[in-house]
Design a protein around this ligand. Structure first.
Ligand code: C2E
Ligand code: MG
Ligand code: MG
Length: 336
């Protein structure tokens, strides 16, 4: 009780904003606590465990206090093991890019592919990105993984173009960490030159939640990318909180309607209303719409009727390895 009281006092003190050069700043506090002798009997162990508790506090949102417990230690151990496996995965080239085709819903043509990364772990098997992207972001390992995905995508799209199999582009997911901590525009230019490909053969996807968290910061970076001639789409649209005035100012070409809405059309009225509103708004702003996660022909039919321009999903194809994408392209070219 005494410790809780002290930690609350610290938090209250720091709640007050402070002023530097006429600007107001706030700091948030995360406190981790370990208590001797239960949580350790040397200063080293106590500090280590308090540190673990502090990270747990951070994960529960800012301004939180957490007492250390043994479970945390197990979690942090697993985390350390996972991180080193991820690191080894990068060194051992265990990552692979899969491709999911995207179509023009109005004329059924293939507009290109989305590049989706997979991790082939020697014992865990194929690890989906949801399991490792956030840790890769926290540890900045996403910088290496992202560069690999971009380079592989450039290589593959170049090959498919050169063989006359595909006229489209490949869309690459880019994390905010890449835009913030690397010279992303330079890396992009370097790859375009290295593989001698036209900028229109690449698109980048940034998530709505990332962009809208701090749009002022991203506008100039995205503009620089757009000037190269690479198109930009906003991923998972509808799940973040877009400011419409920013949407107008961002150099964006496509809104990708999140699959959670597509799942519920045409049977749920609310989902239909949202999907229709996004399509109409995008259309008025001169943007394309791409519906993600189309699984049934009813969903597709509804989207065609509502003039959604593009789509992707299991109905057309699941994500495929590079080799299978190549064969898939050969097959559809034979059909035409
Ligand atoms: P996302 O960019 O929104 O990608 C779409 C996800 O929906 C993919 O999951 C795809 O396999 C899945 N999907 C496609 N069609 C259907 C469908 O009809 N039904 C259902 N239920 N799902 C469908 P995946 O490949 O597991 O990727 C998950 C997320 O991981 C991606 O979401 C993206 O945010 C992230 N991600 C993937 N690759 C990369 C990458 O190279 N870099 C970064 N930063 N993030 C990546
Ligand atoms: Mg995406
Ligand atoms: Mg998405």
């Amino acid at each position: 009780e005494e410790i809780t009281h002290i930690s609350q006092k610290i938090m209250q003190q720091l709640e007050e904003p402070f002023t530097i050069e006429e600007k107001e700043f706030w700091v948030s506090v995360s406190i981790g606590i370990s208590v001797a002798p239960n949580d350790g009997n040397s200063s080293e162990i106590l500090i280590k465990n308090a540190d673990t508790a502090m990270y747990e506090a951070k994960e529960h949102g800012k301004n939180t206090v957490k007492f250390y417990n043994d479970e945390m230690s197990a979690n942090s151990f697993e985390r350390v093991v996972f991180e080193s496996a991820l690191k080894a995965g990068i060194n051992n080239n265990e990552f692979e890019v899969y491709y999911q085709p995207q179509e023009n819903l109005q004329d059924n043509s293939i507009i290109g592919f989305e590049a989706l990364v997979r991790w082939n772990h020697p014992t865990l098997g194929l690890v989906p990105p949801d399991k490792f992207i956030s840790i890769a972001e926290e540890t900045k390992m996403i910088l290496d993984i992202g560069e690999f995905v971009l380079e592989q995508s450039c290589k593959d799209i170049k090959k498919w173009h050169d063989e006359g199999l595909c006229k489209g582009r490949v869309a690459v997911n880019v994390s905010g960490i890449q835009l913030e901590h690397s010279e992303f525009a330079e890396i992009l230019k370097h790859n375009l030159k290295k593989y001698n490909i036209d900028p229109s053969m690449i698109e980048i996807e940034v998530t709505e939640s990332m962009v809208m968290k701090n749009p002022d910061r991203w506008i100039s970076i995205l503009e620089e990318i757009h000037r190269i001639g690479v198109s930009i789409s906003i991923d998972d649209f509808g799940t973040g909180y877009s400011s419409l005035s920013y949407l107008r100012r961002l150099p964006v070409d496509t809104l990708k309607i999140d699959q959670s809405f597509i799942q519920d059309i045409p049977q749920e009225k609310d989902a239909c209303a949202i999907v229709e509103a996004i399509i109409n708004m995008a259309d008025s702003l001169g943007l394309n719409t791409l519906a993600e996660g189309i699984e049934t022909s009813q969903q597709r039919k509804y989207l065609v009727e509502k003039s959604c321009t593009h789509g992707q999903g299991y109905l057309l194809s699941r994500p495929m390895t590079s080799k299978n994408t190549y064969n898939w392209l050969k097959e559809i070219n034979l059909e035409i």
